[in-house]
Each structure stands twice: as C-alpha cells, then as structure tokens.
Design a protein around this ligand. Structure first.
Ligand code: UDX
Length: 474
C-alpha cells in the first residue's frame, strides 16, 4: 500500500530501462513486459544488442515492434555484444556470449545509464528503474552502483529458478554431480540438463546458473513469467529468499490496459504460408512440431522424428530452423522427403512460424515441443496438449511438470526413436488417453487465463509491480 501512495502522480516521471539477455526466449517475454508497462503510462527503454536489433528489424515481426504499430510506444536502444558478426550466438556459445557481455558490453551499458540518469537531453524523464534479465547480474549491480533501483526478470518457470537455487545445496550434500550410471529419474525429479551433464562440481554451466541465480537475488524484486495457479510451492520457496516476487505470467496473455495484440519479436523471418495451409485442414488434425530457438539435433534424430511422424498417419507442420540440424547434417535425401510429403499434402516444413497464431489455430491437435518455457506457456494458454522432447537447461523440468504435475502432455525424455514418436502422437491425438489430456489441457487453460484477467492473481501482481516501479521514481 505504501507503493500505492508513493506512486500517485509519479507516472509521468517514471522511466524503466529493460535489458534482456540477447536470445529469442528472453526477448519476446521481456518485450511483452515492456509493452505492458508502456500501456501503464510508464516511459520504457528496451535495450537490445545491435546484432539482435538488426535481426529483429529484418524479420517480419519488426513491423509489430511496439512503437511501429498502433500499440504503446517503447523506445529502443542498442549496444554491441562484443562478438564478431559472423559468430553464431547458439546454445553452445552461451557462456562465450555471457563473458563477452560482461567484459565488453558492460561499459556501454554503464555509459547509457549515466546518460539516461541525467534525462538524456529532455526527450524522456531520467531513468528511475532498471529491469534486467536475472542471468545478467552485472546489469543489476551497475544500475544499483549508479543509484538506480534494479529488479530481476527471470525467463524460466518458478520451479526451474528454484532448482537453480538448490544447486549449491546439492553440491554440498554430495548429490551433485550425479555418479555415472545413476538413475536420473530417481534421486531428484526433473533435473535441469546442467545438473545431469555436470561431471564435476567445477562444471562451468553448473557454476554459471548457480552463481547468477544467487547473485540476481541482490535485486529489489523478482519478476517471473508464471502464475500462482501453476507453481504455488516453487513460488513460496522462492519468496522465502526473495520476498518481493511478482508472478505476472503468462505475459503474452496479460492484456492489462493494452488493446493491441501482444508484441512479436522474432529473430527469424516468420513464414505465414503455414497458416493458410492450416486453414485447409480439419479441426485438431495437425501435429505442430517446433523445438524453439536453441535446440540442435543430429541427422539421425531428425530422421527418427520424421519417420515417426509419417508413421503416425497424422499431418504435421514442422519448424525446421536453418540451424536446427547440426553442422554438415543436412542431406538431399532429407530435402526430397520434405518435398514429397508436401506434394502429398501430408506435411509442411517452415523455417520459422508465427507460433502463437499456430497454437491458437483450430486445426492444431497437439504440440511436439522442446519444452522451452515460452512455448509451454503459449501451448497452455491455448489448451493444446504437448509431447515433450526436452533439449537443455530448464526444459527437462518443464517437461516433467507438463506430464506429471499438470498432466497436460507426454514426456519423451531423451528418446526419439520413431516407434516412440509414433506411439506418443497416437496417444496424444486419439482415444481415451487423448480425451483425458485434452480435458486437463482445457482446464489448465481456463485457470491460467483467469489468472491474467481482471481479478486474477497475475493481473493483480502486475498492478502491484506497476505501483512499485512508480514509487521508485520519487
Ligand atoms: C530457452 C529456454 O528453454 C526457456 O525456458 C528460457 O526461459 C528461454 O530460452 P527457447 O529455445 O528460446 O528457450 O524456447 P522458448 O522459451 O519456448 O521460446 C521460443 C519462442 O520462440 C517462443 O515464444 C515461440 O513462440 C517463438 N517461436 C518459436 C516462434 O515464434 N516461431 C517458431 O517457429 C518457433
């Protein structure tokens, strides 16, 4: 309530800088937050890397960036990420990108904040708050050093954030690293890939996630893209460490104060021809297949998926990003398989899809996914059952929750043999088991949608967050 009093009249002088980690799954949800804050009468500056900003403008979604369309205005700024332009910013290079941001971008970020703190020549009020990606604690520290209050936005689920918090304790108790040959399903349920793969307590990825998670708790607040209904116990565990934690998700469905469609921020060009193809398909007949922005698979895995999907007898729409198959893995045989299926109207392959629209399409019956948190939320909101093939990081936790806690999908875990793919597609698309999955997916969708409507927990948390941010402008 003290925020509410302090915030009265502070709107016009409130200015937030939002700084996401430069990756697809971080950009879209943080841009949605930016847009919602702008609709709440707050000046918002969104800080991209130059590399990604160019890609965003080139991709078709560039036209839907806030400020270009009719929606609320967000100001964009960009700084260099320090890597050469021809270097891939892939999952394998995550630590390299992180090191480069710390070493090379932090000074430009500091200079920008100093400039914006002074009000930047009167174009906008002085910056009064920073919301930085929680995996970039340096961004939080620099803001606070300059006297600008900082909050941390975490893109994964609350359960994943909580799992990362627990890493030091698991190391201490000797449960990590996991001994070779141990049953990964038994000791700890739904383990992030970093923990499964770590061979020693010095493993760089393990250290990275544990450190950034502990470090980001120095922020004034946590903002999480989840809701109370989905993750009550993880949220209460996190609040024991970080009492001011706002669960405001799913952000893409939260339409507080903004009438326009939520921002899209694709780094790849969306191929909209798949929507016209879906228009011609019967209700709930198509399997939508997408493994997000980072996952990479071998030729063998691709072929297993392909043959399993074909064997299931279902039509499918598959997003094959230009870098989905590992280097050197693409063959003419794969090309002609895709073309053959297209000619028979059995399948469509696109490089990048307008995913939210696809998941909301009546022709889509289930979603074969890598279980990225954004994809999981998007599927949930549309009530589409999932078949999960988690690739890395938090995705193993998400797939476990989808299958065992919310019971709105099936978990393939590490396997993708064609027989498994075929069986799972059948289970998710036909018969009693499919009906049951659909019923619970629908119930979850209803509960999650309620959270983001007026009177719902995420809607209310967002209002409190706005008041908190405005109070910091005093
Ligand atoms: C990773 C992590 O798994 C995720 O949990 C983390 O918080 C961010 O990074 P990523 O591989 O990017 O995830 O997947 P996901 O979080 O699902 O995000 C992918 C986004 O790209 C989704 O918003 C999805 O709608 C979008 N997308 C994907 C498209 O718009 N078109 C496509 O064809 C594929």
């Amino acid at each position: 309530d003290s925020y509410v009093t302090a915030a009265a009249g502070a709107a016009a002088s409130t200015h937030v800088l939002i700084f996401p980690f430069p990756a697809q799954g971080h950009l879209n949800c943080m841009l949605q937050l930016a847009e919602l804050l702008a609709a709440a009468d707050i000046h918002v500056t969104f800080l991209n890397t130059e590399y990604n900003h160019r890609r965003l403008l080139r991709s078709s979604s560039g036209n839907s960036l806030p400020g270009r369309g009719p929606g609320p205005k967000v100001q964009f700024r960009a700084i260099a990420d320090g890597l050469p332009d021809d270097r891939a910013r892939s999952a394998a290079r995550l630590l390299e990108l992180d090191a480069s941001l710390r070493a090379r971008s932090s000074q430009a970020y500091r200079d920008l904040l100093v400039d914006l703190r002074e009000g930047s020549g009167g174009r906008a009020p002085r910056v009064t708050c920073v919301i930085a990606d929680g995996i970039m604690p340096f961004a939080i520290d620099i803001a606070e050093e300059l006297g600008i209050p900082a909050m941390a936005f975490r893109t994964p689920s609350a359960s994943s954030v909580w799992a990362y918090y627990c890493i030091p304790k698991l190391l201490q108790s000797g449960e990590l690293p996991i001994p070779e040959g141990a049953d990964l399903d038994e000791p700890i349920r739904g383990l992030p890939s970093f923990c499964r793969e770590a061979r020693s307590s010095d493993d760089p990825m393990l250290r990275f996630v544990a450190e950034v998670t502990a470090h980001s708790a120095r922020a004034r607040a946590f903002i999480l893209n989840t809701c109370e209904h989905l993750e009550p116990s993880a949220l209460s565990s996190i609040r024991a460490r970080m009492p001011v934690t706002y669960a405001v998700g799913p952000l893409h469905a939260l339409r507080s104060g903004s009438e326009s469609a939520p921002a899209r921020a694709s780094l790849w060009r969306e191929d909209r021809t798949c929507v016209a193809w879906l228009d011609g398909q019967p209700e709930r007949s198509v399997v939508y297949v997408s493994f997000g922005s980072f996952a990479v698979m071998s030729r063998k895995q691709f072929l297993e998926f392909w043959r399993g999907l074909v064997g299931s007898g279902r039509r499918f729409l598959w997003v094959v990003r230009p870098d989905l198959i590992e280097e050197g893995g693409w063959t003419d045989e794969m090309e002609s398989m895709i073309e053959g299926a297209r000619d028979r109207d059995r399948a469509r392959v696109v490089g990048w899809a307008p995913q939210r629209e696809v998941l909301g399409h009546r022709a889509v019956g289930c979603f074969m996914t890598h279980s990225g948190w954004n994809s999981t939320l998007e599927s949930m909101v549309e009530g589409v059952p999932m078949i999960c093939w988690p690739f890395f990081a938090d995705q193993q936790i998400n797939s476990r929750f989808v299958s065992e806690v919310w019971r709105i999908g099936l978990d393939m875990k590490d396997t993708c043999e064609r027989s498994t793919v075929e069986r799972m597609v059948r289970e998710a698309m036909e018969g009693d088991a499919a009906d049951e999955l659909r019923r619970s997916a629908k119930a979850t969708a209803e509960a999650v949608r309620k959270s983001v409507e007026e009177g719902g927990s995420s809607f209310a948390a967002f209002q409190r967050l706005v008041q908190h941010i405005k109070s910091l402008a005093r």
